[in-house]
Design a protein around this ligand. Structure first.
Ligand code: HAM
Length: 404
């Protein structure tokens, strides 16, 4: 196939077994969110580029190198959304949801776009289900949100570790930042060139660098949790208490900082040791609603990466039994009616469009894993019945279609 007719690098079709896993993951997560009473919102895939630049942060990888930015016909800069939080906050403010009630719990599902280097579990178009809670400052909301993430991996039987941290607020972060920059200056000869640049502009991100020498260099770095103000410390210790009450296992990772700038206080990641990366991640962003012109509204949430999670689940074995209707001779009107009758009863039926003898048709049904063959010949039509063959047991009976 000519290259220009293939999907662009990092973009994928999802089909067959992969799609079954994908749907299994999304329907499982949706069911968990339904029981937690989250309300769905559908957000645009395109927003003004500014929205992401302002919220995710000018110095982040996403904004500096990964956004798909383009101009519309009037020269306005638009972007394919790299994530869902900025759009959700924009929607919260624009639709004045804050005026309806004191807090809101919403979720969204859909494709996100980042121009990253593709590899297993990392794509340029990928899908997230994200949840956001607006209007709650108290840490029991953080505990419940992390509990949802825990429930997702538990229900899907995925091995993963929950890491949490608090990165403070406007009050306490400046002092930490200063201490961190001081430390980074003292080890600057060990930092990679990217981190040398980050060290002054966005020093927290150095803690997250994957380069070995940087990892080594930050081992002794000051810990943000040692610099938290009293309110942040209290918030973080209550979160720990509530997670224990909920039976959610977690580890504290004082170097967990996340790659987006809007976070305050709680940040967390659900990390898969098998993939070596986060499958679910999120945290608090208490200032973002206000920065977008809404009233001061503390908020938090997370996003689950569907493809990454789908890589870790087994395909659900149970599939709905399929009734494969095989017509023989001049029986098409009757076979059409039989197929419809089975569907009307809520079952899955397929009328065979194949030609060929019964043996071949049954072999095909077997190969496809269809549970029943519904054989419709001229004899059956005359008597108003079908021959129903159970492909697993081999048992065959004659029944009226409405009695299937
Ligand atoms: P994030 O950590 O950038 O957070 O992404 C969340 C999840 O999306 C990741 O843990 C991963 O599973 C998946 N993901 C990210 N990039 C890719 C990629 N290139 N290919 C495949 N999967 C990917 C956010 O997006 C925040 N909006 C989360 C949030 C919501 N924080 C508060 N509310």
């Amino acid at each position: 196939m000519r290259e220009e007719f293939q999907a662009p690098r990092g973009f994928h079709d999802i089909l067959g077994e992969d799609l079954r896993k994908f749907r299994y993951v999304t329907s499982t997560i949706r069911d968990i969110l339904r029981r937690h009473n989250f309300e769905e919102i559908i957000l645009p895939v395109v927003e003004y580029a500014d929205l992401f630049e302002r919220s995710i942060g000018e110095t982040t990888d996403i904004v500096q190198k990964e956004m798909f930015v383009f101009e519309d016909r009037k020269g306005r800069r638009l972007a394919l959304r790299p994530e869902g939080t900025a759009g959700a906050v924009r929607a919260y403010v624009q639709n004045r949801l804050f005026a309806q009630r004191t807090y809101h719990k919403v979720f969204y599902e859909g494709p996100m776009f980042r121009h990253e280097r593709p590899q297993a579990g990392r794509y340029r178009q990928f899908h997230q289900i994200g949840v956001e809670v607006f209007g709650v400052a108290e840490p029991h909301a953080d505990a419940e949100v992390i509990k949802v993430a825990h429930e997702i991996v538990e229900t899907l039987k995925i091995k993963a570790d929950i890491e949490i941290n608090s990165i403070g607020c406007k009050v306490c972060r400046p002092a930490y930042r200063e201490a961190l920059v001081g430390y980074l200056n003292s080890v600057s000869e060990k930092l990679c060139s990217v981190c040398l640049d980050r060290k002054d502009r966005n020093p927290l991100r150095v803690l997250d660098c994957k380069v070995e020498t940087c990892k080594e260099a930050v081992k002794e770095a000051p810990r943000v949790t040692d610099y938290l103000c009293e309110e942040c410390r209290d918030h973080y210790s209550k979160l720990s208490e509530y997670l224990k009450a909920l039976g959610v296992p977690y580890v504290e990772n004082p170097h967990l900082v996340r790659g987006l700038d809007y976070y305050t206080r709680t940040v967390f990641e659900v990390v898969s040791p098998d993939l070596g990366s986060a499958i679910i991640a999120g945290g608090r962003y208490d200032y973002l609603v206000e920065e977008f012109g809404g009233p001061p509204t503390p908020a938090l949430g997370f996003a689950a990466g569907i493809e990454r999670i789908a890589l870790l689940v087994d395909t659900p074995k149970e599939r709905e039994p399929v009734y494969f209707v095989i017509p023989f001779g001049d029986v098409i009107p009757y076979a059409l009616k039989v197929t419809d009758t089975i569907r009307e009863k809520g079952k899955v039926a397929e009328l065979s469009y194949r030609k060929g003898n019964l043996r071949k048709q049954l072999d095909f049904a077997n190969k496809m894993g269809y549970r029943y063959a519904v054989i419709v010949g001229e004899d059956e039509m005359r008597e108003g019945v079908v021959s129903l063959k159970d492909m697993e047991t081999g048992e065959q009976v004659r029944v009226r279609p409405e009695d299937i």
